[in-house]
Design a protein around this ligand. Structure first.
Ligand SMILES: Nc1ncnc2c1ncn2[C@@H]1O[C@H](COP(=O)(O)OP(=O)(O)O)[C@@H](O)[C@H]1O
Ligand SMILES: [Mg+2]
Length: 461
């Protein structure tokens, strides 16, 4: 108890024991007072958000109690204490969803509620979690571009394949070629505890390709997978209700290309509400344990809906895109190589700079489908000159190759398998090398961040 003020408690306990909990917490002389008895989670959340109490006492089995609900109560400044009195304790699940305290009996509960200094429980390491240091974890690359880019999805797929193929041959003894690395990486069935390799370079780099576009999700059908698999939505659901271990995440993300697992998007854009909230952040975090590289294909819109509706509780249409950008180690920005595409790209770079969430300054700009028919003779030079002038960046230029890309669409494969000589494939290989360089530059030998290098120089293709 602080300064003689009683701790206000919102009670959402199930079953006949509820009356006892309320009686004990409200007893005369106790430092706690029950301000609301809630029948279910909806009522509890409403009371929490109305400021009716500063501690919530909930049954561990309260229907709907998950990461999202706990996050909402935390946002409202409410501590969450779970009464977990079933014979079998749910400690791991409760810790994973973020509760601040747990009690196995009514007596325990009273003391946990009274102890306002109690810290959130330590999350027990999940069985499959490797003892990785931050530097040893996988890296996340978000691929974003304005409306009608075109090429976010193509970039994400081809970048994923190029990263899985491993770094280029340097001639150093023991280094593998891209081809060898891809062969090994693709067949590793179990979750990769190989994060540190991504920074050292070497064989068997594993990639997780995620479709987080809530407007035009299409990675699964593009790669010949079942359209309705919605792996990302499944992983978010699993993360919402408890710990998301690497094996579970891997189950939602089958290996679809050599070295590349795919977490498919929502089959229909109408399902966008499934991709938001605290559980989505948990998926990004766990993906770093599953793969050396996570490549996220995002939607084109960056608006934060809550600024429009003033309703911070509403699911956010663009949460998946904004969350991926906030989690990213490198952001790849894609625009189209025609006058409209370039104009949108220049504005898009401004929009990205104005995103309220902190987004890494490590960005690479790609101009896709660069062709003389759209921008005149010497398209490469004119595109680079235009972007240098209007955005101060030097982009990676990817040529137009309708025949190669159409072959990919026809077979549902990446260029490496159906049009290996496509110049587009080579351009994305160079982009992957630049992504690796950028990550390496950020992670100096002693683990400190390297000094910022001027953006245009780093964007050289
Ligand atoms: N470099 C390219 N050359 C030719 N066609 C391309 C190229 N890049 C993408 N495409 C084609 O453009 C279309 C849209 O690309 P996509 O990657 O799906 O864009 P987005 O995800 O931005 O909507 C696809 O049919 C794709 O095959
Ligand atoms: Mg797309």
């Amino acid at each position: 108890m602080t300064g003689g003020v009683a701790i206000t408690v919102l009670c959402a306990v199930l079953g006949p024991g509820e009356a006892d909990v309320v009686r004990r917490l409200g007893a005369a002389g106790s430092s706690t007072t029950v301000t609301r008895r809630c029948a279910d989670l909806t009522e509890l959340l409403a009371a929490a958000e109305a400021g009716s109490g500063r501690t919530a006492v909930v049954s561990a089995t309260l229907p709907g109690l998950g990461r999202e609900a706990v996050a909402r109560m935390h946002q409202a400044g409410v501590r969450v204490i779970a009464l977990d009195d079933a014979p079998e304790a749910s400690t791991d699940r409760l810790a994973a969803i973020g509760v601040d305290g747990m009690a196995r009996s009514l007596t325990d509960l009273i003391s946990v509620v009274r102890d306002e200094t109690a810290r959130p429980p330590t999350v027990a390491p999940e069985a499959s979690e490797p003892p990785a240091t931050a530097a040893g974890k996988g890296r996340l690359v978000a691929v974003w571009g304005p409306v009608g880019a075109p090429g976010r999805t193509t970039t994400a797929i081809e970048l994923a394949v190029a990263l899985a193929a491993g770094p280029p041959v340097t001639g150093a003894p023991g280094k593998r070629s891209r081809g060898e690395a891809a062969g090994r990486g693709g067949l590793l069935g179990k979750a990769g505890h190989h994060g540190p390799r991504a920074l050292r370079g070497g064989a068997g780099e594993q990639v997780l390709l995620v479709d987080a576009d809530t407007y035009g999700p299409c990675i699964a059908p593009r790669l010949g997978m079942l359209d309705d698999s919605a792996g990302l939505a499944g992983a978010v659901r699993a993360a919402g209700m408890g710990p998301l271990d690497v094996e579970t995440l891997a189950r939602y993300a089958p290996v679809a290309l050599p070295g590349v697992r795919v977490l498919g998007g929502i089959g229909r854009p109408a399902r966008w509400a499934e991709l938001s909230g605290a559980a989505l952040d948990a998926v990004w975090e766990r993906s770093r344990d599953l793969a050396d590289w996570t490549v996220v294909d995002t939607g084109p819109v960056l608006e934060t809906d809550e600024l429009l509706s003033y309703d911070t509780r509403a699911p956010q249409r663009n949460a998946a895109t904004l969350g991926a950008l906030a989690a990213a180690d490198v952001v790849v920005v894609v625009g189209g190589g025609d006058p409209i595409g370039l104009q949108r790209l220049v504005r898009g770079l401004d929009d990205l700079a104005a995103v309220p969430a902190p987004v890494t300054p490590d960005r690479l700009v790609v101009v896709n489908r660069v062709r003389a028919a759209a921008v005149g003779a010497n398209p490469r030079t004119s595109v680079r000159a235009a972007l240098a002038r209007f955005a101060g960046v030097d982009p990676h230029v990817v040529p137009d190759d309708p025949a190669g890309l159409d072959a990919g669409l026809r077979c549902g494969r990446a260029l490496s398998e159906c049009a290996p000589r496509s110049p587009v494939r080579a351009a994305f290989g160079a982009l992957a090398d630049e992504v690796r360089r950028m990550v390496r530059a950020r992670t100096s030998a002693d683990g400190e961040e390297s000094p910022w290098i001027a953006l245009p120089e780093r964007m050289r293709g």
